[in-house]
Design a protein around this ligand. Sequence first.
Ligand code: SF4
Length: 380
Amino acid sequence: MSSRPSILESARVGPVTEPAAYQLSAMDTGALCELARERRDRAWGKTLTYSPKVFLPITNLCRNRCDYCSFRRSPGDPGEWTMSPVEVRDWLHRARDRGCVEALFCLGDTPETGFRDYRALLRSWGHQQTVDYLRWAAEEALAAGLLPHTNAGILSRKDMIALKPVNVSLGLMLENVSERLCEKGMPHHRAPDKRPAKRIEMTRQAGELRIPFTSGILVGIGETLEERVDTILAIRRLHRAYGHIGEVIVQNFRSHPETPMGHSREPSADGLAATVALTRLILDDEVSVQAPPNLNPASTATLIHAGINDFGGISPVSPDYINPQHPWPYLERLREACAAEGFRLEPRLPVYPQHLEAHGFVDSSLRPSIDRLQMELATP
Ligand code: SF4
């Protein structure tokens, strides 16, 4: 009789080996969720967290055309926008007044590459490039008492060096490492910035620069189960090399009627639960696993059972501009749903304790702002 532990027993104790991760993915969702819950409870306890944030979509101009995206616009399209400095300031102050902690700056990929009018607009505000404007906006957020987190798509090493001193963390969804999804007829065919090698390289450089980083997997855009595991393992390898991944978002595709994937099937609650559980079981325990509650309004309990420890950013002031038809839940309702499963819901900072404690991840100039908000969150 073999004395080697079964894959399920191994997964109960800690992250499984790479070959075992693929075997695990073939197992029953119920068994995966049970193990993931156990691992989550041991590492994160009976507290689920969220980041009180304001979502600032600096521009929706984007040179990519992902088949599922309803956010992007080209110049002149109805609904095209770029937030002016006055709008940015107004939103930041409104957000602080409403108790937000995080300023999430989010935008399409490298808009200045494609659009001349946008470049002229930036120059009229005194900025040569988007990254200059983002740096200014982050400084304004800090002055307003908020902690910036920027997800601006692909950033160069130089851009990240410029943004690190004014951001507590940066983010880029890896989405999926499958090259197949970039082929003709697939969702990333017209999205040059979704080439997996590019996204892996930016995530790697963020690690080299010791930047606390948010990654994520997008579930249900035509990927196979194996490709999901490839993606989670790629994130784990990057984290093990640099220790910089604070959280991984497991985001389910939702169809938007006006997009090429408007009639595509969305992933089932069971499929999403299995992916959440796999993510928890494959990643190291210190990496936070989150799923957005607004994209899964009927599945809060399912997500908790599948092993999440976090709901990501929830805004009391701004809509989810990426998924505008899916409003964020009222906190009270979410708090009750968590309590029904035996969990407390608590606000958190947009940077995790392991990066606050380790040397070199957070610029020392950000410490006073972090300490002030940490104290505020700890005060009932
Ligand atoms: S998902 Fe992001 S990169 Fe793709 S088209 Fe939309 S804004 Fe651009």
